[in-house]
Design a protein around this ligand. Structure first.
Ligand code: GTP
Ligand code: MG
Length: 461
């Protein structure tokens, strides 16, 4: 993305019919372009910043009135992008919005690329990269917790934390460099123990906490991946439909019904859960089913939690044990389904197979035990949330990678220091850590990476 003093425009509200639609224009010619199609209701009005003007948008070619609108103007640098910004609030219909957009483009604006408004805000120093990324998280937040985290990142809480750590590393680096530059002076002599302790307390420990927080809070933001797995015909799809409270997956009495994985979202106690219904694992010669089984195997590895379904009305079969083996090492809840039928399998049988797993008896057919299953899922996710130091912060994957690199550099710096290696080596590692921390807020970051980050945005943001 390149900002060449061009003026960009985009529809900022979702496509579809609604009360109000907003078109945003940003760049040096924003006001001049808007004025060509905007006719104020009070003709004498000069357009001042931060006021709302009622008027009409006209088709510049025919002079025909297109819509009644409200216009607002935010003068650079006091706007979202830091440039001159004009917003037009029109009625919201696909045709009216695209007609206004077309006129703006004819008058010299360029269609904004995805995320270009936020990109410009970043380039103009209105926000750093971590804050820009929080804009996407805010838009995509699916739970109360996710929203809280995104808004505190947007407000700069995460960036301030990173900056504080970076300043600590710079302070330590200055002490190490002083010892390199003035080796004879006693007061700048390298106090290895003291520096090592400071590094541990003010840098390494906070970095580890932040990384852990990312893990903890990722579930709140991205949604916890919960897969319903088991032998075919145990009632996985029926259970999936029950949990969703809708008939989403096809249920039949034939084994091998589900082939494609089906995903849907439910919110349990404020936590977004990405619930998956999978193909039952069994030996199959059907190509589509085999593919489905392969996908199930991958899903088992990725899932944060497995709901392993047994048919309680028949004895445990070889295929049940086979699936269980694939689930070893994963967090799982065992479900004994079909409790409406005469029981053959009991909780004690499951306990023998999987000693530490929670086991719930349900009937996907009647709904018996479903509430208990919901509670077991909630309990499982709640038990993972420890009291973390930065409960309102959560680095994303990119940020976590940079945090890890910074942490490793600092750990190496610490051990070189302890070994009594030349101070230059410690200094080198600390400089590396400073760079990695800078990547998080966007200092010295390459264009490719910027493009990749901003391409995740929608047009108009
Ligand atoms: N009696 C009874 N039947 C059930 C229950 N749950 C599912 N079934 C029946 O079991 C059969 C299989 O159900 P599905 O939900 O399709 O099972 P599945 O595990 O998704 O099967 P595949 O997709 O083939 O792996 C259907 O005939 C369901 O009506 C239950 O709780 N009680
Ligand atoms: Mg199924």
């Amino acid at each position: 993305m390149d900002v060449h003093g061009e003026t960009i425009a985009a529809i900022a509200t979702p496509v579809g019919r609604g009360g109000i639609g907003i078109i945003k224009i940003s760049g040096p010619d924003a006001l001049a372009i808007a004025k060509r199609l905007f006719v104020p209701a009070r003709p004498s009005a000069e357009i001042a910043a931060r006021r709302l003007y009622l008027g009409h948008v006209i088709d510049t070619e025919t002079g025909r009135v297109l819509d009644q609108v409200l216009l607002s103007y935010m003068k650079a640098p006091f706007s979202y992008t830091g440039e001159d910004v004009v917003e037009l609030n029109s009625h919201s219909g696909h045709l009216i919005l695209t007609s206004i957009m077309q006129i703006l483009l004819n008058q010299g604006a360029r269609l904004a690329e995805p995320g270009e408004f936020t990109f410009r805000a970043f380039m103009n120093g209105k926000m750093d990269l971590a804050q820009a990324e929080a804009v996407i998280d805010l838009i995509e937040a699916r739970s109360e917790k996710g929203l809280q985290i995104a808004s505190s990142h947007l407000a700069g809480a995460f960036s301030r934390e990173i900056e504080a750590i970076r300043v600590s590393v710079m302070g330590i680096l200055a002490r190490v460099e002083a010892a390199i530059d003035f080796p004879e002076e006693e007061e700048v002599e390298l106090k290895t123990d003291e520096i090592g302790e400071d590094l541990e307390r003010a840098v390494i420990y906070p970095l580890i906490s932040l990384i852990e927080c990312g893990e903890e809070n990722r579930l709140s933001i991205a949604g916890a991946l919960t897969a319903i797995v088991g032998r075919s015909n145990t009632g996985k799809s029926s259970l999936f439909n029950r949990l969703l409270k809708q008939q989403r997956a096809i249920v039949t009495s034939d084994p091998g019904t589900t082939r494609d994985m089906i995903e849907s979202e439910i919110i349990l106690d404020g936590l977004p859960i990405r619930l998956m219904d999978t193909a039952g694992i069994r030996v199959s010669f059907d190509k589509a089913e085999q593919k489905g089984i392969e996908i199930t195997e991958g899903t088992i590895l990725d899932a944060d939690l497995l709901i392993l379904v047994f048919d309680g009305s028949v004895p445990v079969q070889e295929e049940d044990v086979d699936i269980l083996e694939r689930c070893r090492g994963k967090r799982l809840i065992a479900v004994l389904n079909k409790s409406d039928l005469p029981p053959v399998l009991g909780k004690n049988h499951i306990q023998e197979l999987i000693p530490d797993a929670t086991c719930v008896e349900v009937s996907a057919l009647t709904g018996h035990g479903i509430e208990e299953l919901r509670s077991a899922v909630i309990r499982d996710f709640k038990s993972r949330r420890n009291d973390v130091a930065y409960g309102h912060l959560a680095p994303n994957l990119r940020q976590t990678k940079a945090l890890r690199s910074a942490l490793q550099a600092c750990e190496r710096a610490g051990s070189e220091l302890q070994k009594g290696s030349p101070a230059e080596i410690t200094a080198f590692e600390l400089r590396g850590a400073i760079e990695h921390l800078g990547e998080i807020t966007g200092q010295g970051i390459g264009n490719d990476l910027l493009d990749e980050i901003f391409s995740r945005f929608c047009i108009g943001k």
